[in-house]
Ligand binder design. Structure first.
Ligand SMILES: Cc1ncc(COP(=O)(O)O)c(C=O)c1O
Length: 439
């Protein structure tokens, strides 16, 4: 099915430190929403490399932009000289992102370095040493971004001394049995009034959909009400749009589904369409804190900036936000009808092309991680690529390229339902998935 030789070379040459493997996937090429496996088999990509390949693979607009930037290369960094694509990108992001007052943009390589920069600069600029985040949050894989995350995959990693984690509002597994989120908001208000003084808190990291924590969509108005509470204490809201931002949920920014405007917005993954680039957009009084405070040599390089500009243009020119909404609706409806008879499917949720399918035991709502593990493996055998997320490793996550079409959505839903059925029926053995740790 896949070329064992490439897998073997990968094993011998590449460190496992950065591998999160779910099945023996070895890719040699791709176009649109299709990945070509070593050996020529075509796979429907319903992950887009965790949302990074926002325009799919080998998109002509992206190829042209990168080619142009490289054929007349304006240096390789923004640190000690500026360049046109980086400045144009910052200007475009300021136009596209709502926010009050004077604001600035910081450009990085990844969601991790962007969130880490926020976690460093907010305490430094405000003098407030405490920070808030949600348990289940994945804000990155560097020391500073892990220090403000709350994902079970990072248990044991040192947290920021001032960090306070609170549960994420999960309507399927609600805090104190209250799916509206009101009890959780009261808990947070209580913390600010007592043991975690609101006046000491610099910022509150939030994901508008908690992605790696289980693709959890918060109840209506929760984020707006949270932002109001934060506003009363002068706490900056930091909206991590790294996975679900930039058109994926049917709006350019996912927070637009809620009637609130964050103080700081973090973008990454799909911004570069597969090239490494991230951005923080925030108030000048924070972002002007100091020169040379958070920099890496290749930050603001013109090639990745040109790629990001091309992605933003493609989203606008092709109406990709509206398309993500309509194709996402088809995908979700097809999954719902194809899995209607499967008691293992506890919940189907999401917005646009960010969809989670929570797998549970057939006779209770206990998470079924074994089924998730075997389902993604079986789906790969059947011709589709997607992975699972969640604090309990039991939520199938779909974040396909924004260019997915309806026929592909229908095909993907059919494969997904078949994979759950087959995995439940024991068609994937423990031995087959043994070498795949997942998370
Ligand atoms: C919401 C969110 N923030 C930040 C990150 C970190 O991004 P990266 O892995 O590109 O550094 C991720 C990665 O999964 C993410 O999902």
């Amino acid at each position: 099915m896949t070329d064992a030789a490439l897998i073997a070379r990968d094993g011998a040459a590449l460190s496992p430190l950065q591998k999160l493997r779910f099945f023996p996937l070895a890719v040699t090429g791709g176009a649109g929403c299709t990945l070509i496996e070593d050996g020529g088999r075509e796979l429907l990509d319903l992950s887009a490399s965790w949302g990074a390949a926002s325009l799919g693979h080998s998109h002509p607009v992206l190829r042209a932009a990168v080619d142009r930037a490289l054929s007349d290369q304006a240096g390789a960094s923004i640190l000690s000289g500026t360049n046109e694509p980086a400045v144009a990108l910052a200007e475009r992001l300021l136009q596209l992102t709502p926010g009050a007052g004077e604001r600035r943009v910081w450009l990085g390589h990844s969601g991790s370095d962007a969130n880490e920069t926020v976690a460093r600069v907010v305490p430094a600029a405000t003098g407030r040493t405490r920070m808030m985040a949600f348990s289940g949050a994945y804000h990155g894989g560097t020391q500073g971004s892990m220090a403000v995350s709350g994902h079970t995959a990072q248990v044991g990693v040192a947290k920021s001394g001032g960090l306070k984690l609170v549960p994420y509002p999960d309507p399927f597994r609600p805090f104190e049995g209250d799916a509206s989120g009101a009890a959780l908001l009261a808990h947070i208000e209580h913390l600010f009034a007592t043991t975690c003084a609101g006046e000491d808190v610099g910022c509150f990291f939030l994901e508008p959909i908690q992605a790696d924590g289980g693709l959890i969509v918060p109840p209506p108005d929760f984020l707006k009400r949270l932002a109001e509470i934060c506003g009363r204490y002068g706490i900056l809201t930091v909206c991590d749009e790294v996975k679900v931002g930039l058109a994926r949920t049917g709006r350019l920014h996912c927070f637009e589904h809620e009637d609130f405007i964050p103080d700081i917005v973090v973008l990454g993954k799909g911004l570069g369409g597969g090239l490494p680039i991230s951005a923080v957009i925030g108030p000048a009084e924070i972002m002007d804190h100091a020169t040379a405070f958070s920099m890496q040599t290749l930050h603001g390089n013109p090639v990745c900036a040109a790629a990001a500009l091309a992605v933003l243009s493609a989203i606008e020119d092709n109406g990709l936000a509206a398309r993500a909404q309509s194709v996402g609706d088809v995908l979700m409806a097809e999954i719902a009808s194809a899995t209607a008879q499967l008691p293992q499917v506890g919940d189907i949720r999401g917005r646009g092309l960010a969809i989670g399918i929570e797998l549970i035991a057939a006779d209770s709502n206990a998470p079924d991680a074994d089924l998730a593990r075997k389902t993604v493996f079986r789906a790969w055998q059947l011709g589709a690529v997607f992975y699972y997320v969640g604090m309990h490793s039991n939520v199938l996550e779909l974040t396909p390229p924004l260019i997915l079409d309806e026929a592909e959505a229908k095909r993907g839903a059919a494969i997904l339902a078949q994979a759950i059925e087959d995995a439940s029926a024991g068609l994937v053995s423990d031995v087959e998935v043994e070498g795949f740790a997942g998370w």
